[in-house]
Design a protein around this ligand. Structure first.
Ligand SMILES: NC(=O)c1ccc[n+]([C@@H]2O[C@H](COP(=O)([O-])OP(=O)(O)OC[C@H]3O[C@@H](n4cnc5c(N)ncnc54)[C@H](O)[C@@H]3O)[C@@H](O)[C@H]2O)c1
Length: 256
């Protein structure tokens, strides 16, 4: 094992939801590891996506901003084709785009089920399928999906989210089984709570902090950089034999 086995020199990868939060940190951090990045996000996030692109080019890698709504298989098809046509290859996909609506189980509506699962579950499925079609042609590729610690444990007021994230972790096992023979790996990363737009209201709530910080043996919440460490490893040659795994980045939250 050499230092270069932990780098992504010369690779091209897609990061979904790369305009903000964890996705933005992943796009920039993976560029620092040597990869050209296709920055995908909703049209409304174009300005922030361009900021991500500037940060990627500032470290000497190429950036391509594409509009993408992972709820639509047609939008996915267009974005993945554009990425492959622009770079002529696709070495990795990071399924990062995700949403949540926190509510008691008894109060969720059908529309809320659809809103969460169409991004977190259906979006990951069809993004992975579109990327894998290119990766099969190449006979290599890596897919990493951002799940959550709630793929492993449950928590109040997050039943739909937890189901979708457990589904993502299991989906990566299913993909590992089917895509392994083509030289493709599929893994999931399960972060603990990270302060971003998605979790802003939680981090403003002193009761949330008082209840949850003591439950993390490492004594702190996560950062986008913590998630990057795991994703970068799973995408690197050092992880070539890691397949179908859920790598928890939770400071030990799920240990008890
Ligand atoms: N923040 C946390 O505490 C935390 C913890 C565990 C896991 N996660 C997961 O990490 C990932 C990133 O979360 P974040 O906290 O950075 O959230 P965020 O809200 O800051 O960013 C999510 C990004 O996804 C994009 N997105 C949403 N719907 C989309 C769609 N239909 N098509 C394309 N892009 C879409 C958004 O525009 C945004 O840029 C999510 O999958 C989330 O579930 C977050």
């Amino acid at each position: 094992m050499q230092d270069s086995d932990y780098r992504l020199e010369g690779q091209v990868g897609i990061v979904t939801g790369a305009a903000n939060g964890i996705g933005q940190a992943l796009a920039i951090g993976l560029a620092q590891a040597g990869a050209d990045i296709v920055i995908c996000d909703l049209p409304a996030q174009h300005q922030q996506a361009e900021q991500t692109a500037q940060a990627v080019t500032a470290v000497g890698c190429k950036a391509l901003v594409l509009e993408l709504d992972v709820r639509s298989a047609a939008s996915i098809e267009t974005a993945v084709s554009s990425a492959c046509n622009s770079f002529g290859r696709l070495d990795f996909l990071v399924n990062n785009a995700g949403v949540n609506i926190r509510r008691p189980f008894l109060e969720y509506s059908e529309a809320e089920w659809d809103a969460i699962s169409s991004v977190n579950l259906k979006g990951v499925f069809f993004m992975s399928q579109a990327a894998a079609r290119q990766m099969v042609r190449q006979q290599h590729g890596k897919i990493v999906s951002i799940a959550s610690q709630l793929a492993a444990v449950a928590m109040q007021n997050r039943s739909i989210y937890a189901v979708t994230k457990a589904g993502v972790a299991h989906m990566m096992k299913a993909l590992a089984v089917e895509l392994g023979p083509y030289g493709i790996t599929a893994n999931a990363v399960g972060p603990t709570f990270v302060a971003t737009q998605l979790s802003e209201s939680m981090f403003k709530d002193p009761a949330f902090i008082a209840e949850n910080l003591p439950r993390i043996p490492a004594g702190r919440f996560g950062s986008p950089g913590d998630v990057l460490g795991a994703v970068r490893f799973l995408l690197s040659p050092a992880a070539d034999l890691v397949n179908g795994h859920l790598l928890l980045v939770d400071g030990g939250y799920t240990c008890w």
